[in-house]
Design a protein around this ligand. Structure first.
Ligand code: SF4
Length: 170
């Protein structure tokens, strides 16, 4: 996996001050995409254990509320191994910090169906998933933590527990 950017002080992609990782590679090609350069899986830098160590160090301060995954597409099959290894280490070291992820795939249609492979471990680390592609016709600048009205903020632990989609509430 390659990654495009790591932000150490992100207040736009989840609650509180967060570290965010923008992975490279996305096959959705949404018109109006905010980050077109990251469609290329070879864009940016290789994601290594050194990168994970760097992210772990950025997460250390008490004011950092958690980690957010964006792209690109963090759920593309070729990106899953690197992301899961990162989440495994983050959860081990910082179990109290929240994990958010943004995806152009749908939780029920694509993730629970097995279309993207076995996501059991991946989903077990997530607190909130913002799912669905960015749709320009449904763009709404007043929405919190999402760009278009079709996107959902899903409470993953509650959804997995209940078997229904439970939306996240602040
Ligand atoms: S899913 Fe995200 S990164 Fe991929 S094309 Fe759509 S808006 Fe861009």
């Amino acid at each position: 996996m390659n990654y495009a950017t790591i932000k150490n002080c992100d207040i736009a992609n989840g609650p509180g001050v967060r570290v965010s990782l923008f992975v490279s590679g996305c096959t959705h090609r949404c018109p109006g995409c905010f980050n077109e350069v990251a469609w290329d899986f070879n864009y940016g830098e290789p994601f290594t254990q050194e990168t994970i160590d760097y992210i772990l160090s950025l997460l250390k301060p008490g004011y950092i509320k958690g980690l957010t995954l964006l792209g690109g597409e963090p759920f593309e099959p070729q990106n899953q191994k690197g992301v899961v290894e990162l989440l495994r280490q983050v959860k081990k070291q910082y179990p109290e910090k929240s994990i958010w992820a943004f995806s152009g795939y749908l939780f029920d249609r694509d993730m629970l169906s097995g279309k993207l492979g076995d996501l059991t471990e991946y989903l077990s680390y997530l607190d909130v998933l913002v799912d669905g592609p960015f749709v320009e016709a449904k763009k709404n600048l007043s929405l919190r933590f999402r760009g278009s009205e079709n996107q959902r903020l899903i409470d993953i632990p509650q959804s997995l527990k209940s078997g229904n989609i439970v939306l996240w509430e602040d």
